[in-house]
Design a protein around this ligand. Structure first.
Ligand SMILES: Nc1ncnc2c1ncn2[C@@H]1O[C@H](COP(=O)(O)OP(=O)(O)OP(=O)(O)O)[C@@H](O)[C@H]1O
Ligand SMILES: [Mg+2]
Length: 251
């Protein structure tokens, strides 16, 4: 039985390469230090699965819920005791299906996910498709990581609008939409200026403190050891731990 009500955090951005997976894996691993966590890898690339020591599945991945499987039969243990993953299904093609609405929500309710987990983190593909919509239907919070470049900021605006539009269509309001600058270089004037703009445009309460550049965040996928679980302190570790603390205060 979970200690608290389940909190589900969706990490999303239609823009590719914006550290969604890096954020999802470290957020899930850090949360697993204080509760039971389910990480759902909804991106068929399977990078979140790799990040926690497993591989995208061929036949038993999370996308098989759309073909009638239960969510819990896709669960497998990870590098961390408190962290379970529902790995990606490598060859699932979302565009082959006409209507996939409500499937994840249905599984959450029927399988009483809230009785077994305190937190669920969902890594999503760089698209605004049925997978993201399924995720938004169960979301308590959405985190949009973005690289502070001009088009990165444009993409955040597009995502925020699309998320709110989708929420009003579904009648499922999302209490928290947060924006997380990643790969931030404090010495770059462009980064500083774009951050100021984002604060003004979206409200500073939406913005998290930035995650800096740290090559260990790229290397963690090779060793399948999320940076927040590594023994050695590093910039990336401290940034993701602070981000997790800040997120917990909001949800
Ligand atoms: N703060 C960082 N410092 C250095 N490298 C980073 C940082 N964050 C992410 N990376 C690297 O940047 C690349 C993109 O990150 P990631 O795969 O997490 O993005 P993504 O948004 O999930 O991508 P996709 O859209 O393909 O799913 C990866 O190689 C990752 O290791
Ligand atoms: Mg990814």
């Amino acid at each position: 039985m979970g200690l608290t009500a389940l909190k589900t955090i969706v990490v999303s951005n239609r823009k590719g390469g914006s550290a969604k997976t890096t954020t999802a894996v470290n957020l899930a691993s850090e949360l697993a230090k204080q509760g039971s966590v389910l990480l759902i890898d909804f991106d068929t690339q399977g990078h979140a699965s790799i990040g926690v020591g497993t591989q995208p599945s061929e036949g038993n991945g999370v996308h098989s819920i759309f073909l009638g499987k239960t969510l819990s039969e896709t669960f497998i243990p990870t590098v961390h005791d408190n962290l379970t993953i529902a790995p990606a299904e490598a060859f699932f093609d979302v565009y082959e299906y006409a209507d996939l609405r409500g499937v994840l929500k249905n599984r959450f309710e029927h399988e009483r996910v809230a009785d077994f987990f305190d937190y669920c983190v969902i890594d999503t593909p760089p698209t605004f498709d049925a997978l993201l919509k399924n995720s938004l239907e169960v979301a308590d919070a959405v985190v949009i990581p973005f690289v502070p470049h001009y088009l990165g900021v444009v993409a955040v605006g597009q995502m925020v609008r699309a998320i709110y539009q989708n929420a009003s269509q579904l009648g499922h309001p999302i209490g928290n939409v947060g924006i997380l600058p990643v790969m931030f270089n404090p010495h770059m004037k462009e980064h500083q200026e774009l951050l100021k703009k984002v604060k003004v445009s979206f409200g500073k309460e939406k913005l998290f403190e930035p995650i800096g550049i740290d090559i260990r965040l790229a290397k963690q996928f090779e060793s399948a050891e999320p940076i927040v679980l590594q023994g050695k302190r590093s910039k990336g570790q401290i940034d993701y731990q602070n981000f997790t603390k800040a997120l917990l205060k909001r949800i």
